[in-house]
Design a protein around this ligand. Structure first.
Ligand SMILES: C[S@@+](CC[C@H](N)C(=O)[O-])C[C@H]1O[C@@H](n2cnc3c(N)ncnc32)[C@H](O)[C@@H]1O
Length: 292
């Protein structure tokens, strides 16, 4: 039977206790470094802000632009990714979720730590339009006549803030360099190859994985109080693609524990780390329910 270990603390401290070359897969979903979901992720502030009709700090969710966001993400992830490299077995995969605007910084952190970037995977979901019209700003202007306002609004017909409906979430698929050939590495570590029989639609597995966000709501019999819950079905698919039964999966940003639930359902061992006690408790509850 698969086992799990769940830690409440900062992953950078806890991960240091994990032995070298001992983990078969990392699937993790770090803070996005947008909209207050950074290294100072504060659930209360974030919940209050996001409840204001999809607007954070006066801008649509995800649109608060700060040129330092990407660099902060890179600097935050770099020491953690160095640890990922140390604890993964040769040939093992590291899958890290990100968000379209800052993905490149995350991929660079993996690259700079010695990982081979194999692909960019996409979780495709139904999406919800978030772009805003600017008409109300024009109507409020005191320096324009009513006629001028009318003309500008007419000229901007259909124009909204530059945010296409988000329908994908990218994941970096990185691999720790293998020892020798694929076969040498497989014989020694049982890592480095993917399971091409793992399919969601009867077809050869692809790098675009379509799963409805609604799936996550149908999975539990209690409401999961976390803003960025991933569907268990999505994580199960990733785990089955890149590991075999009995291997160990790590999620260093485990939030409500979806990745752990997926690992246990697939008969893989799980190590999870979550800094916020509130989420740690939710994750523990879900893991216990999956594997009493
Ligand atoms: C994007 S969420 C993960 C959500 C998760 N995939 C799920 O399905 O519930 C990121 C999580 O990382 C946690 N976190 C942020 N910094 C951390 C750190 N240094 N160590 C451990 N966890 C951290 C946050 O509290 C948050 O719950």
């Amino acid at each position: 039977m698969a086992n799990y270990k769940l830690y409440n603390g900062n992953c950078l401290d806890i991960i240091k206790e994990i032995p070298d070359n001992s983990i078969d897969l990392i699937v993790t979903d770090p803070p996005y470094f947008i909209d207050g979901m950074g290294d100072d992720w504060n659930d209360n502030t974030l919940n209050k802000k996001s409840k204001k009709a999809g607007v954070i700090g006066g801008l649509p969710v995800g649109m608060k632009f700060d040129p330092l966001q990407g660099r902060k993400l890179y600097n935050f992830m770099l020491p953690i990714v160095r640890e990922y490299y140390r604890i993964l077995k040769p040939g093992a995969f590291c899958i890290v979720f990100s968000q379209a605007r800052l993905y490149h910084r995350l991929a660079s952190a993996l690259d700079d730590c010695g990982f081979e970037l194999r692909d960019m995977l996409c979780w495709k979901y139904e999406g919800q339009a978030k772009a805003f019209s600017q008409d109300h700003f024009i109507k409020k202007r005191k320096d324009l006549t009513e006629k001028e306002k009318e003309d500008i609004i007419k000229s901007m017909e259909g124009r909204k803030t530059p945010q296409l409906k988000p329908q994908i979430e990218p994941m970096a698929l990185a691999q720790k360099p293998k020892e020798g050939t694929f076969v040498d590495n497989w014989i020694k570590y049982k890592t480095g190859l993917m399971n091409a029989n793992e399919t969601l639609d009867g077809m050869f597995p692809g790098n675009v994985i379509e799963i409805s966000k609604r799936e996550r709501l149908q999975e539990e019999d209690f409401k999961i109080e976390h803003l960025t819950v991933k569907p268990v079905k999505l994580i199960e698919h990733l785990i089955k693609l890149y590991t075999i039964e009995g291997q160990t999966v790590l999620d260093s940003f485990c939030g409500s524990g979806s990745h752990g639930v997926a690992a246990l359902k697939c008969n893989r061992n799980f190590i999870g780390i979550e800094i916020e006690k509130k989420y740690y408790d939710i994750a523990l509850k879900r893991l216990k329910k999956t594997q009493p």
